[in-house]
Write a protein that binds this ligand. Sequence first.
Ligand SMILES: *Cc1c(COP(=O)(O)O)cnc(C)c1O
Length: 388
Amino acid sequence: MIPYGRQNISREDVEAVVEVLRSDFLTQGPTVPAFERAVAEKVGARFGIAVNSATSALHVGCLALGLGPGDSLWTSANTFVASANCARYCGASVDFVDIDARTANMSSQVLADKLHHARRTGARLPKVVVPVHFGGQPTEQEAIWELSREYGFRVLEDASHSIGASRHDEPVGSCRWSDITVVSFHPVKVMTTGEGGMALCNDDRLAAMMQLLRTHGVTRDPQFMESVPAGPWYYEQIELGFNYRMTDIQAALGLSQLLRLPDFVATRNRLARRYGALLAGLPVKPLEVAAGNRSAFHLYVIRLPTPDSARRRTIVEGLRDAGIGVNLHYMPVYLQPYYRRMGFAPGLCPEAEAYAEAAMTIPLFVGLTDDQQDVVVSALRTQLTSVP
Ligand SMILES: *Cc1c(COP(=O)(O)O)cnc(C)c1O
């Protein structure tokens, strides 16, 4: 099976991990802070807070932004469930914004209309908006940031797909147009730590709060304590936090992978361009990359000319039988049973629903060979011509 995505591990990556295994610290040692500094520097953010997953980063990010019961978080309909679940962890409600059919990213126009409508009708405005850089392509962050000034919400970018991408030469993660940006290091993503994630920000107080929350709400820094330290062993728990720490083993892999991030993104872009050329003439529509964007191409998504979930299913099954690991990213989150139980129903985001009946993700990863790519395209051609 040619998978839709997979990690790329070098000998150097293995050696970096082994070095930590032989060292004094498997966790809470020097490698996590070194990884945080390296990522923050790479993307141009002041702070990087490493955690054990992007899901955890979304959770502590939402808490640091003050999201709680009675508040609302808005995110894209076309995303992984974690972008919405983080609101539920905080006791907040969720609402979904439809996509721009060209990119499958949250539409900033739909967001503007929905905000305007909410203000006009007295409906609840969001406290936090989570734009998702779908497939590795940055969202229209400057427009979303402008809306956040007008409507008073905070912006938490879910950049789980897009470390290494940029918009108008601004690297994703710099938080130029957001409060916090979250990245994922899951093995299918652009670079990996096995499991892992990071929250990036430029604000001292947000950074300090997320650092606290990832490790039980416990501090050893006297400036945050209520009492004078009673001795060198002394710590205080000042918030209700979690154990969301990344290990030094993971951070060592991350530091090593980070060195290859520019190559990873260049390779993914090369393979995406090659797909674009090979697919020209076939009755499928790749997603567009908007002017000014450089995608990290976490995913390569194509769409059938018209939404047709039965035909798409037959084609996907045919491709899988031919050994091609095709996937769907994503069914609209609000159509998941958990969200339907809250009253969400089809019709909320028509573009995302049409997209989800036409889209498929075909294999794209750093080790994908030109030959494998040709096999994918030829199997796809067979399916497209044989399935009416
Ligand atoms: C993968 C992913 C996450 C969660 O990342 P983990 O590191 O696996 O927790 C969140 N949001 C999106 C859009 C993702 O694709």
